[in-house]
Design a protein around this ligand. Structure first.
Ligand code: ZN
Length: 680
C-alpha cells in the first residue's frame, strides 16, 4: 500500500505517479474493495443497519475511486504509450468490478434488510436520500430480477456494449475513409486563409501535391468540413462534402442501419426486463424529467413556441439568397443553408469573434472570474506561487478557495492550453471529495488559444464562456457540504448537472461584469460600446433555427426510444423525416436524417440516449435561475449566498427539482430562456 497512487494526501506526488505503478496500485485497490464487499455480503442479516451496510458500501470503493481518478486524469493530460497500456490493462477489471456490485445477491439482501431496520426507516435529509438513491440504483440495474432474467440482462448489456462500439467504429471509419482532393485554386474561393492552409498541409502530409504545385485535401472532420459549408463559394464543392457526410453510416461495410434497429430492440428489451414501458422511461425515471412523456411534452411545447420565428427565419434566408443571386425565391438545398446564413450574418452585423480577442487576455479573464466569484459567492481564490505545489506539467497552476470566514473549502489545478499528450475539448474533473470537514480537490482543463509572439493568450468570447462554464462545474464540487461523498457536487442527474456551469456563462454577456476584466491587452481600454452592441445583436442571429435544430435531435431521440418497435419494423429514416417535417427547414432535395451517424445516442450502451433533451432542459434552468441575479443585481451577495446554500453546496443530497424550487421559490419557467434567445 506504499504505492503513490494509493497515497491519499491532499498534495498529490505527480512525479511519482508513473505508468509502471498503475497496475499494482489498481490491483491492490481492487483487492481492498473486493474484501470490503465480501465482508458486507457475509454480515449476519439480522445485524444489518445503516452504518454497517449503506455506509460500508460507500466506503468500500473510496480508495479505488481516488486511485482510479488519478489514472484516468493522467490519461487525459499526459497520454503516452506505457500509461495507455497500463490503463487499458486494468480498465476491463475496473469496469467489471463496478458492473457486478448491483447484481451481488448477498449485498442486495443485506441492503434490503438494513433499509427495513427502524434506525434506517427514521433517517432524514441526505442520509434518507442516500438510502433511497442506493436502493433505486440497485433496482434500476436489475438487483431484484430472478436469476434467469439477471442472466438475460447481462447478455443484453454485453451485446449492447459490442454493437454500440461497432456503430461508433463504423462512423469513425466511414468519416476517415473519405477525402476530396482539389487541384484548381479557383474552387477555394471564399475559404478563409487558415482553412486553405490546413487543406494544403493535409494534402502534403498524405503525399499529395508539392510546395510548387499544391493540391488541397478536404475531409469530413469538423475543422475541414465546417469552413467549406460556411464559406466556400463553389456550391458544387459544398454539395460534394455535404453528400459524403450525409452518407456516413449508410453505406457499404460501415452501414449502421441494421445496427440501429438491433440497438433499439435491445434497449427496449432491457427496459421491459426492468419493468418499464420503454427505454426513455427507464433512463429518465431518476432524472428531473422523470419520464419520456414529460421530456417529450417539454420538447413539443418549445417547438410550438419557436415555430413562428423559425418559419420567419427560413423565409428570410430564402429571400436573401434570391436577392443576392437575382433569382426567384426557391427552397434551399441542404448544402446551401449554412453558407447563406453566414453571408446574411456578415451583411447584417459586421461582426466576428476575432474582433473581441484583444480584450480577452487569459490572465485578465481569470482575474475577472475570481473577482466576480468573490463578489457574488463570497469566495477568495488565491494562486500558489509556482513550484510550491507539485503539478503534472510545467504549465499547470494551483489555486486555493476560501470562504468569507477563512475556511479552506478546496483547491484546484488549471491546465489551459493544447499539448499532443492531452485530449481535446474542455472539462472539469475532481480528484478528492472532501466534505463539511475536509477540503475538496478538483481541476479544470482546456485547449484554449495559447500565447504567442510575446503576447498573452488572447481568447475568443466563446473561449471565455468555456472558462466560466468549467469553473461553474468546479464550484459545484468545491462548495459541496454533503457528508456522503457519492452524493457530492457534480454527481447529480444528467439534466441538472449543467445548471451550475451554464449559469456562469451569463456573466460573460453583462456589460458590468465584462468591464471588470475585458481590457485591451495593449491599451487597457474597455470594449467600445459599438462593438459590444454588435456582439449583443449578433448573439441571437437565427436563434430560432439553432433552437429548432436541437429540438429536432431531441425529438428524434425520444421517438426512437419511446417507440422502438415501430421504428425497428420499417424504414427508420422515412418515418423520421415525416416526424420531423415541422422541425427542419424543408430542403430540396430532401436530406436523410442523422440516426446512422448520431454517436451521441448510439455510440455507448446509454450515453445521451433518451437524454438529448437535457441540453435545452438545462438551458431553461440556467436562464431562469439567472433572472434572480438580473432582478437582485448581477453581483448581489444575497442571491449568490442563496445559490451556494440551495444548489452548489447540496450536490445530490435532495431531489434536483426540490433544490431548484428552494432557490427560485417555484418550479422552472421557460420564459427566461425564450427571452434570452430573443424568441419571447
Ligand atoms: Zn458542462
Amino acid at each position: 500500500m506504499d504505492n503513490p497512487f494509493l497515497d491519499r494526501s491532499f498534495q498529490i506526488p505527480w512525479s511519482q505517479l508513473t505508468a509502471e505503478r498503475v497496475e499494482p496500485a489498481i490491483e491492490a485497490a481492487l483487492a481492498d474493495a473486493e474484501a470490503a464487499l465480501a465482508r458486507l455480503a457475509a454480515l449476519p442479516i439480522a445485524a444489518a443497519d445503516y452504518r454497517n451496510t449503506f455506509l460500508a458500501l460507500e466506503q468500500a470503493t473510496e480508495l479505488l475511486n481516488e486511485a482510479w481518478a488519478k489514472v484516468t486524469h493522467l490519461t487525459s493530460v499526459a497520454d503516452a504509450a506505457p500509461l495507455r497500456a497500463a490503463h487499458n490493462a486494468v480498465l476491463p477489471k475496473v469496469s467489471a468490478f463496478f458492473a457486478k456490485i448491483p447484481l451481488n445477491a448477498g449485498i442486495w439482501l443485506r441492503l434490503k434488510a438494513a433499509a427495513a431496520h427502524p434506525s434506517v426507516a427514521s433517517l432524514q435529509g441526505e442520509h434518507r436520500r442516500f438510502v433511497d438513491e442506493t436502493m433505486a440504483d440497485f433496482r434500476q440495474q436489475g438487483a431484484d430480477l430472478p436469476g434467469e432474467q439477471k442472466t438475460r440482462l447481462e447478455a443484453v448489456q454485453s451485446e449492447l456494449a459490442q454493437l454500440t462500439q461497432k456503430y461508433s467504429e463504423n462512423v469513425l471509419d466511414a468519416t476517415n475513409a473519405w477525402e476530396l482532393l482539389v487541384a484548381d485554386p479557383a474552387r477555394l474561393s471564399g475559404l478563409p486563409p487558415h482553412a486553405r492552409e490546413s487543406a494544403r498541409q493535409n494534402a502534403l502530409k498524405k503525399g499529395q501535391g508539392t510546395e510548387a504545385a499544391p493540391v488541397w485535401r478536404f475531409t469530413l472532420h469538423g475543422p475541414s468540413l465546417e469552413p467549406v459549408m460556411l464559406y466556400a463559394e463553389d456550391a458544387e464543392l459544398r454539395r460534394q462534402v455535404w453528400s459524403a457526410s450525409a452518407a456516413v453510416g449508410c453505406e457499404g461495410a460501415q452501414d449502421n442501419r441494421e445496427l440501429v434497429k438491433r440497438i433499439l430492440a435491445l434497449r427496449q428489451e432491457k427496459a421491459a426486463l426492468l419493468g418499464q414501458s420503454h427505454f426513455a422511461d427507464l433512463v429518465l425515471q431518476r432524472r428531473m424529467a422523470k419520464s419520456g412523456a414529460t421530456a417529450l411534452a417539454f420538447i413539443e411545447d418549445l417547438h410550438n413556441r419557436v415555430t413562428a420565428a423559425f418559419t420567419r427565419e427560413c423565409a428570410e434566408l430564402v429571400a436573401f439568397k434570391a436577392e443576392q443571386t437575382k433569382s426567384t425565391p426557391a427552397p434551399l438545398a441542404p448544402w446551401e443553408t449554412a453558407y447563406w446564413a453566414e453571408r446574411l450574418r456578415r451583411t447584417r452585423y459586421d461582426f466576428d469573434e476575432e474582433q473581441l480577442r484583444p480584450y480577452f487576455p487569459l490572465p485578465g479573464v481569470l482575474e475577472g472570474l475570481f473577482e466576480i466569484t468573490g463578489r457574488v459567492f463570497g469566495l477568495r481564490v488565491t494562486e500558489r506561487p509556482a513550484g510550491a505545489v507539485e503539478v503534472w506539467h510545467v504549465g499547470v497552476k494551483f489555486y486555493d478557495v476560501h470562504d468569507r470566514a477563512g475556511r479552506h473549502l478546496g483547491s484546484f489545478y488549471t491546465d489551459w492550453h493544447p499539448r499532443e499528450s492531452k485530449r481535446g475539448g474542455a472539462w472539469m474533473n475532481y480528484l478528492i471529495t472532501g466534505g463539511p470537514r475536509a477540503p475538496h480537490l478538483g481541476l479544470m482543463c482546456g485547449n484554449l488559444t495559447p500565447a504567442h509572439g510575446g503576447q498573452p493568450a488572447l481568447l475568443t468570447h466563446r473561449e471565455v464562456e468555456t472558462v466560466f462554464h468549467e469553473f461553474g462545474h468546479l464550484l459545484h464540487h468545491l462548495l459541496g457540504e454533503v457528508e456522503i461523498k457519492s452524493l457530492n457536487g457534480v454527481n447529480v442527474a444528467w439534466d441538472f448537472v449543467e445548471l451550475p456551469s451554464q449559469i456562469m456563462e451569463n456573466w460573460c454577456w453583462e456589460r458590468a461584469a465584462l468591464d471588470l476584466f475585458a481590457r485591451h491587452h495593449a491599451t487597457g481600454a474597455a470594449i467600445p460600446e459599438a462593438l459590444f452592441q454588435r456582439m449583443i445583436a449578433a448573439r441571437n442571429f437565427r436563434s430560432a433555427s439553432a433552437t429548432m435544430r436541437q429540438l429536432a435531435l431531441a425529438r428524434l431521440d425520444l421517438a426512437l426510444h419511446m417507440h422502438a418497435a415501430e421504428y425497428a419494423a420499417g424504414d427508420v429514416s422515412a418515418r423520421l423525416q415525416t416526424l420531423l417535417r415541422t422541425y427542419l427547414m424543408p430542403p430540396v432535395p430532401p436530406a436523410p436524417t442523422i440516426e446512422n451517424r448520431f454517436t451521441h445516442i448510439f455510440a455507448d450502451p446509454t450515453g445521451y440516449a433518451a437524454g438529448y433533451y437535457s441540453y435545452k432542459w438545462a438551458e431553461v434552468l440556467d436562464a431562469d435561475a439567472f433572472t434572480r441575479f438580473q432582478r437582485e443585481g448581477i453581483f448581489n451577495e444575497h442571491a449568490g449566498r442563496d445559490f451556494v446554500a440551495k444548489i452548489l453546496s447540496r450536490g445530490n443530497a435532495a431531489d434536483p427539482m426540490q433544490l431548484f424550487t428552494d432557490f427560485m421559490g417555484r418550479p422552472p419557467d421557460l420564459s427566461a430562456l425564450l427571452l434570452r434567445a430573443g424568441l419571447a
